[in-house]
Every structure is written in C-alpha cells, then in structure tokens.
Design a protein around this ligand. Structure first.
Ligand SMILES: Cc1cc2nc3c(=O)[nH]c(=O)nc-3n(C[C@H](O)[C@H](O)[C@H](O)COP(=O)(O)OP(=O)(O)OC[C@H]3O[C@@H](n4cnc5c(N)ncnc54)[C@H](O)[C@@H]3O)c2cc1C
Ligand code: FES
Length: 265
C-alpha cells in the first residue's frame, strides 16, 4: 500500500551536470519500498507541471529515500532547481519491483544500465549484497558525463564494467556489445536491465540467445502512477494472450519473456 508524504524534506542535493541526486526524508515510503519500485513526485504547486513525474527509488535507508534523475524537460529542470530544506509531495512506493534470490547463487547477477538507467540499481545492488548475492554492474553511456555514479559505486565496493560510445572511458561502444563480449566467461545467474528502449530490445535478444533469466524495468509516460488513467500500457503476454497492461500497477519490472516487443514496433 502506497503512502502520500506531502511534506517530504530534501536533505541533500548533489549534481553532476545534467544529473541530480536528491536525498529526501520520507519514512513511510522508505519503510515499505523494495528495489525496482518507484515514486510519483509533484514538483511544484504551480500550473506546470500539472502531473506528477515518476522516478525509481534510487536508494532507501532508515527514514530516507533517494532519487537520481537526468534533466530532460521542464519538470525535471524544475526539480533540479530544488534546494536542501525544500519540500516535495511524494506518493510511493508504487508498482512491482525486481525479484530477489531466495538464496545466493554462486554465479553473479548482472545489472545492466544505460545512462540514467542506473537509477534503480543502487538500491538493488545494496539489497543483493545484503543477501550475499555476488554481482557485476554493467554501466554504459554516450560519454564520461553520462556515468556520474562511478566513484560512488566503486567506493561501495561494487564490481563495475564500463563503456562509453566515444571510447573516453572503459570499453569503446555500446554496453550491450560489452555484455555480449563478456558473457561467455561470466555464466551469470540472471540479468537485471534498465535503460533506453533500444538497449532493452538488444538485451532481450541477448538473453533469448543465451537462455538467460532476465528482468527489465520499463518506462512510459505516466499520468497517475496507480492504475487510473491507462496512460502507461505496454503489450505484455498473459498466458497465451497479449494484453495492453498498465505498467504502473503490474510493473514497471517484467520478465524478459513477458514483453511482446513485436507489438511495440
Ligand atoms: C516508472 C518510471 C521510473 C522512472 N525513473 C526515472 C529515474 O529514476 N530517473 C530519471 O531520470 N527518469 C526516470 N523516469 C523518467 C522520468 O519520469 C521522465 O524523464 C520525466 O517524467 C520527464 O519529465 P519532464 O517534465 O522533465 O519532461 P517532459 O517535458 O515531460 O518530456 C521531455 C522528454 O522526455 C521524454 N519522456 C518523458 N517521460 C518519459 C518516460 N516516462 N519515458 C520515456 N520518455 C519520456 C518525452 O517524450 C520528451 O521527449 C522514470 C519513468 C518511469 C515511467
Ligand atoms: S500511469 Fe495511470 S494507469 Fe498507469
């Protein structure tokens, strides 16, 4: 059951160019959240942006939640202006998150992130670590500026594989190319995937080819975030049928084989 925190105080705001991380006091959301779930944030009381905006839970600890976002439009630009001590109106946690191993697998889990797709993986990585599950984080972007969390992830002892399309850091090329190159030596337990749609389509192909269990975090424009507006539907297999499914309720995380990619084209 989601909570509404109308006066959630921003405790810390850290920026890296277009990328921002807010640490927010939101005890009721923090208590219930699991990795892969999201929150809906009312950014301002002004007419625009009228609708709340969805953000993954980047991390949760104690009474605090974190979100990590990239400025892409007016809503995120206004959110980027927020200062420590300001308040936000937040609903969450919403949706269904990643499934976690019941017991640790000797084989590593691979967390595959493209750009701001790293957002849900800090929470997930800490949870996997707590459960004793080993992991490798594949983190790719167009250039170095798209990978602002490298230092933080390394400081927390996470094992990283990096790529940039311009080759200024790590493997030169797409993160999916690096993933496919390294797969033969990794024998992973499963993949967790978040990033732009083209990347998800490619990882879906890879997971089918290698017969790997994979879960994808999907995105859509969301009007409400809790099942009322039908603005967020994706084609999802339900048994024999493909249903246009509200990803805010049934997702945003789905097993790879459930997603009917052919209907998205
Ligand atoms: C479940 C969920 C979790 C998300 N988590 C994060 C997160 O952790 N960090 C983060 O940076 N972003 C996240 N997003 C995307 C984020 O919600 C959008 O970037 C944001 O709503 C854009 O608002 P805006 O007013 O700045 O941009 P707008 O002016 O509304 O749009 C600007 C541009 O971004 C595109 N866009 C906007 N929303 C989406 C979307 N949902 N999917 C694809 N393209 C979109 C528009 O087509 C347009 O081109 C998430 C989205 C969903 C559905
Ligand atoms: S966002 Fe309204 S139904 Fe999903």
């Amino acid at each position: 059951m989601a909570s509404i925190e109308r006066q959630a105080k921003i405790l810390q705001h850290k920026s890296w160019g277009n990328y921002h991380r807010l640490k927010i006091l939101a005890p009721e959301i923090a208590e219930k959240a699991t990795p892969g779930q999201f929150v809906m944030i009312r950014i301002n009381e002004t007419f625009f942006p009228l609708l709340r905006r969805p953000f993954c839970l980047h991390h949760c600890h104690g009474d605090e939640i974190e979100i990590f976002f990239k400025v892409v439009g007016q809503g995120t630009a206004q959110l980027a202006e927020k200062k420590e001590g300001d308040f936000l109106d937040i609903i969450g946690p919403l949706g269904r998150g990643f499934s976690l191993p019941e017991k640790p697998d000797k084989r590593p889990a691979l967390l595959v992130a493209g750009g701001r797709g790293i957002a849900p993986f800090v929470f997930l990585a800490h949870e996997l670590k707590r459960l004793g599950q080993s992991m490798i984080i594949f983190y790719g972007g167009k250039t170095r500026e798209d990978l602002p969390l490298i230092e933080d992830l390394e400081k927390n002892g996470f094992n990283l594989r990096l790529s940039t399309e311009d080759g200024c850091l790590g493997f030169k090329g797409l993160i999916t190319e690096l993933l496919e190159k390294e797969l033969p030596s990794l024998n992973p337990a499963c993949l967790y995937v978040c990033g732009p749609e083209a990347m998800l389509v490619e990882v879906a192909r890879i997971s089918r080819t290698w017969r790997l269990k994979a879960e994808f975090s999907l995105e859509a424009r969301m009007g409400c975030g809790f099942g009322v507006c039908y603005g967020c539907v994706w084609p999802i297999r339900q048994g024999e049928k493909i249903e246009w499914t509200r990803i805010c309720l049934e997702g945003p995380v789905f097993p790879a084989e459930a997603i009917a990619w052919e209907m998205k084209r």
